[in-house]
Design a binder for this molecule. Structure first.
Ligand SMILES: CC(C)(COP(=O)(O)OP(=O)(O)OC[C@H]1O[C@@H](n2cnc3c(N)ncnc32)[C@H](O)[C@@H]1OP(=O)(O)O)[C@@H](O)C(=O)NCCC(=O)NCCS
Length: 190
């Protein structure tokens, strides 16, 4: 039974969402550039942030853990995991407010969540997928030690361009690969 959990990294606190997070989530999610590759409502209104935060507060941590990513006491992003217990696999998704891009924060947060998820759910594999054009996103996956598994051609409607579709790129990391990377990173820090 997985309980709502808080994780800490060098620069971030990853904690369960609270209803009071709505304004901060709305603040970054209404930025069209933030939502460019995401299947979120456009334009993104306050009620969409309210629905997202309410769903996140009520989430089932056994199958759908979701963390608010906080810096200096403010919510600057989120990370979610979809666990498939039958196959011992999970898929991760993440987002960071635009003003904080390019500082390695997505990688830092995702690394902590991957470590937690491998241990908490005894997973064999964690994957992530992104629009192939979302280079920033799959660069994060590569920096996490994930390997490219392939491209799903014309997989989804383009969330930003009507009547067009996007290719999705899939990355994944196996438990044994993660253990290897974790040792490498621990050595690099000592
Ligand atoms: C994807 C996202 C989470 C990355 O967050 P971030 O904190 O900036 O990520 P990091 O700083 O850890 O790494 C970003 C990497 O992309 C690179 N990058 C940044 N802008 C880039 C660009 N326009 N083209 C190519 N690479 C780019 C950075 O240089 C960095 O790689 P490097 O360390 O090798 O230089 C962030 O852009 C985001 O929230 N986007 C909107 C939501 C979204 O698309 N989420 C992903 C859904 S699959």
């Amino acid at each position: 039974m997985t309980k709502p959990t808080t994780l800490r990294t060098d620069r971030l606190v990853l904690r369960p969402y609270r209803l009071s997070d709505v304004v901060e989530v709305y603040g970054y999610a209404q930025d069209p550039e933030w939502g460019r590759y995401l299947p979120i409502p456009k334009p993104y209104e306050l009620r969409h942030a309210e629905e997202f935060v309410a769903r996140s507060v009520l989430t089932e941590w056994n199958t759908r853990p979701v963390f608010a990513v906080c810096s200096g006491g403010s919510v600057i992003g989120g990370i979610n995991v979809r666990v498939d217990a039958r196959s011992s696999t999970a898929e991760m998704g993440y987002g960071i407010a635009r003003e904080h891009w390019g500082k390695g924060l997505a990688r830092e947060a995702a690394r902590a969540v991957i470590e937690w998820a491998f241990s908490e759910f005894a997973l064999a594999k964690i994957s992530a997928r992104a629009d192939l054009s979302n280079t920033q996103s799959w660069r994060v996956m590569e920096k996490l030690g994930m390997r490219r598994e392939g491209i799903l051609r014309s997989e989804l409607p383009n969330p930003s361009v009507p009547d067009s579709r996007v290719d999705m790129v899939v990355y994944a990391i196996l438990r044994e690969e993660w253990l290897w990377w974790a040792t490498e990173w621990a050595d690099a820090r000592s």
